[in-house]
Design a protein around this ligand. Structure first.
Ligand SMILES: [Zn+2]
Length: 148
């Protein structure tokens, strides 16, 4: 029996796997301002009074803007995936097109030694942690090989 795949708690609606992995933000119907996470009540643009916000699929590729590694286990609600704790890399990525900067984990097996500012990455939906019958998923960044 395969495990159910559900977005990790708190991340429902933040990303999709339909038609390829992508983050889902919102776009103001009045001025076009895009935000992530989604704006829910009103446009975040202070010069706009728009309140109609439409779900917007964001670019699944971008450029590393900054990065670090999480050498120490974060406090709860972080759920350790390995015991002992395995450090992982985090990157802030400027998405192509909309210019939003979105923080995310780097896929397993890639360390800060493999990253640099300007490195091209793509979004994947990957397992954050799993329990007996459910795989809890989240978006992560994966470096795009230099030859692509
Ligand atoms: Zn607006």
């Amino acid at each position: 029996m395969s495990k159910a795949r559900v977005p990790a708690l708190g991340a429902e609606g933040w990303f999709t796997e339909e038609g390829g992995a992508a983050l889902v933000g919102s776009r103001c119907a009045t001025c076009g301002t895009v935000s992530f996470p989604k704006s829910t009540f009103a446009c975040p643009n202070p010069r706009c009074a728009g309140t109609e916000l439409i779900d917007a699929r964001l670019s699944a590729t971008g450029t590393v803007w900054s990065y670090t590694d999480a050498r120490y286990q974060p406090p709860p609600p972080f759920v350790p995936t390995a015991d002992p704790y395995v450090p992982f890399a985090l990157a802030a990525v400027e998405l192509d097109g909309d210019g939003l900067v979105v923080l995310g984990q780097i896929v397993d097996g890639v360390t800060v030694a493999d990253l640099h500012v300007g490195r091209r990455v793509e979004l994947v939906v990957d397992t954050l942690f799993a329990d007996d019958d459910t795989e809890h998923t989240i978006w992560k960044w994966r470096p795009i090989p230099d030859d692509r």
